[in-house]
Design a protein around this ligand. Structure first.
Ligand SMILES: [Fe+2]
Ligand SMILES: [Fe+2]
Length: 230
């Protein structure tokens, strides 16, 4: 799976991101993901009593906030446009009664994926300014991978629970990405078919209209239209 993801990142960075609009949109999405991480960490602070653990979570939160800000700067620098936020609905991780460690395990897997993804994005990208910024973020994310692992044990999760949770989160993440990919493919195929239909029939409609407009009076059969509407 990791190899497939690397190929996907290579293709995205080397080909898709040549279209500036797609690249700039990706920067906005990265900002949204980092800001979303801040929101989740902020919510989890309420569930922690231990001051040392709260302090670590707060530091983590500040670093994620700095990543979100870095993506705003990158967007404005590389697109030359004012940054506008992506709006989407935020959902808490897990159920109301789920223990805190489950959310931390979820964040941990997200940190691992972010580290891998950003590492390869930096490797395949040519813009020096962008690479330097991403490399700084990768260093922080690597620290977050270790930090979340330590936090999991600090909040009382057992190694066996952690291992099982990692597995189920990874499977769900792959399932979600696969479904997202399928739905975007479906959307693209449907749009292409509609465009083909439009261009295939447009000349006939045009010729028909021209023929009608040649007459001095244009005859309109209202009953025929009504039949279509039924
Ligand atoms: Fe981050
Ligand atoms: Fe992170």
């Amino acid at each position: 799976m990791k190899y497939l993801e690397r190929v996907f990142i290579f293709f995205t960075v080397k080909f898709l991101w040549k279209f500036k609009g797609i690249f700039h949109e990706a920067l906005r999405r990265f900002q949204a993901v980092e800001a979303d991480g801040v929101w989740h960490l902020y919510r989890s602070l309420d569930q922690v009593d231990n001051k040392k653990t709260r302090f670590k979570l707060f530091l983590h939160l500040l670093e994620e906030e700095s990543h979100a800000d870095a993506f705003v700067d990158m967007y404005e620098e590389l697109s030359g446009e004012k940054f506008t936020k992506l709006l989407f609905e935020r959902k808490p991780i897990g159920g109301k009664d789920d223990p805190l460690w489950k959310s931390i395990a979820f964040v941990h897997i997200g940190e691992e994926h972010a580290t891998e993804r950003f590492k390869y994005i930096s490797k395949f990208h040519n813009n020096q300014y962008f690479k330097e910024n991403i490399d700084t973020i990768v260093e922080d994310e690597m620290g977050h991978v270790d930090l979340t692992e330590t936090l999991l044990l600090e909040v009382g999760a057992s190694k066996e629970d952690i291992r099982k949770e990692y597995r189920s989160i990874s499977i769900n993440r792959w399932k979600d990405s696969f479904l997202r990919l399928l739905s975007s493919l479906y959307e693209k195929i449907a749009n292409t078919l509609l465009s083909i239909l439009y261009f295939a029939f447009a000349p006939f409609v045009f010729l028909q209209s021209r023929k009608k407009l040649k007459n001095y009076f244009v005859s309109l059969d209202a009953n025929k239209i009504k039949r279509f509407e039924r």
